[in-house]
Design a binder for this molecule. Structure first.
Ligand code: UD1
Length: 415
């Protein structure tokens, strides 16, 4: 429950990147020894993966709030807990990691947010090119191989998940794997850096061609996960939407270039420091157009919070969602708060209103849930958001961080 219309002010520290953490945890299987992971966000998706690793025979010690030690030497299983795996998208990374270590893997079709069809054909195509035989039946993906061999793989669509899954499987394949039209998101670079710290030989992560020279085996390491650019971007937008002034700390400012550029265009003052950014909002932001694109373009994960800001900005903004076909469902919720939005396929026309008003709304998915929080923070009156477990999948200590910034938010039990 949020009592809105309070400016966000002060400082907030950003947690580790969920989308990097959910790739790095399954990747520890490839180490077959002990890894210490720091700056790990304790969000639900991370705890699901941790539980899956324990069930498979991994030993996990929690060393600190954001630091764990994982020993995967005792893992013998090539399959994962089906019920847990279905709760999240990133369980697909077990496919590449288990194939790489055990030459076989059994993984259910991934769950996660309902924001479009979300096929995994490119993951399958890539792993098959490396020599895996894959059968899909009854919602289960069964993969096995006599030995993976390096290959040249062109991804028809830029895919974060497929790029990482192929990298995982290719680390110990014989020969060199080349991924062309690879995704360039910071999560890719972070996962590649982690794998290299285990002893892999990956070059080109962060560009559209990645080369992986297979090595005999991998070992343990100590590694710190990069900051979460989506969490940081959400606080930047929330600051702008509440006309606030916040220093957002523990970030890599260049990862936020697309969001910062748009906010500047809207009249927000952004000052970048080495590992932080100060966001100072004007009395009212100006509307802009946004089109979601793979990194370094404007991120689809930021489309939802940004649309909330557009709905209270001066003028009319056009939002084009080019990555996922059904990432506009939350607009029905936003309209309950007074937003003026017209949807035409993957394009939304948002006519800014002076203010939103609080209402009972529903989180339709993870980032839409975060968008509802931004809406509640800027709205006049009380907003109750149900289904907040979605938000817990990706935002660490959300209420605590927002309360420290001066907002009035609390978790209440649903009656
Ligand atoms: C990841 C992120 C998610 C983000 C998205 C795009 C994780 C756990 N999730 O999701 O937060 O919104 O990247 O930045 O890291 N596609 C295919 N075939 C495939 C795979 C993907 O056609 O085999 C399509 C998808 O339908 C989509 C596009 O490629 O249109 C991009 O998807 P992808 O980058 O794979 O997204 P995810 O890895 O699922």
């Amino acid at each position: 429950m949020i009592e809105g219309s309070h400016k966000l002010t002060g400082e907030v520290s950003i947690s580790g990147a969920k989308n990097a953490a959910v790739a790095i945890l399954p990747a520890t299987i490839l180490a077959g020894s002990t890894c210490t992971i720091k700056n790990l966000p304790m969000v639900k998706d991370v705890t699901y993966l941790r539980d899956m690793l324990i069930q498979m025979g991994g030993k996990i010690h929690i060393l600190d709030n954001d630091k764990i030690r994982i020993d995967t030497s005792g893992i013998a299983a090539h399959n994962i807990d089906l019920e847990l795996a279905k709760k999240m998208r990133a369980s697909y990374y077990f496919l590449g990691a288990l194939l790489g270590r055990f030459k076989k893997a059994e993984v259910p079709f991934p769950g996660g947010c309902d924001i479009g069809v979300r096929p995994i054909d490119l993951h399958i195509k890539g792993l098959e090119a490396l020599g895996a035989k894959i059968k899909i039946s009854h919602g289960l993906i069964k993969a096995k191989t006599d030995g993976l061999k390096g290959a040249r793989i062109y991804l028809d669509v830029v895919s974060v998940g497929a790029t990482i899954n192929i990298m995982l499987a290719a680390c110990t394949a014989k020969g060199t794997t080349t991924i062309e039209n690879a995704a360039k998101e910071p999560y890719i670079v972070d996962t590649a850096n982690f794998l290299n710290a285990l002893g892999a030989n990956i070059k080109g992560a962060g560009t559209d061609v990645i080369k992986i020279k297979g090595v005999e085996s991998l070992g343990g390491c100590e590694y710190s996960v990069i900051p979460d650019q989506v969490e940081a971007g959400t606080y930047m937008i929330a600051t702008a939407a509440t006309r606030g002034d916040v220093l957002i700390k523990n970030i890599i400012p260049t990862h936020l270039d697309a969001v910062s550029a748009k906010l500047r265009e809207m009249g927000v003052e952004i000052t970048e420091y080495e590992d932080s950014v100060r966001v100072k909002a004007p009395s009212r932001t100006k509307a802009v157009n946004i089109k979601t694109m793979p990194y370094p373009g404007f991120p689809t994960d930021m489309q939802q919070p940004m649309s909330v800001l557009l709905s209270v900005s001066e003028g009319t903004g056009i939002v084009t969602e080019s990555i996922f076909e059904s990432r506009f469902k939350y607009f029905e919720e936003l309209k309950k708060m007074g937003a003026k939005i017209k949807i035409e396929g993957r394009v939304a026309v948002i006519e800014g209103v002076p203010k939103l008003t609080g209402a009972p709304v529903y989180a339709t998915d993870l980032r839409a849930g975060a968008a509802m929080v931004v809406a509640g923070l800027t709205a006049e009156g009380k907003t109750t958001i149900s289904n907040v477990s979605y938000i817990d999948r990706g935002y660490e200590r959300l209420e605590e961080k927002l309360i420290n910034l001066g907002s009035r938010i609390r978790r209440i039990e649903e009656k």
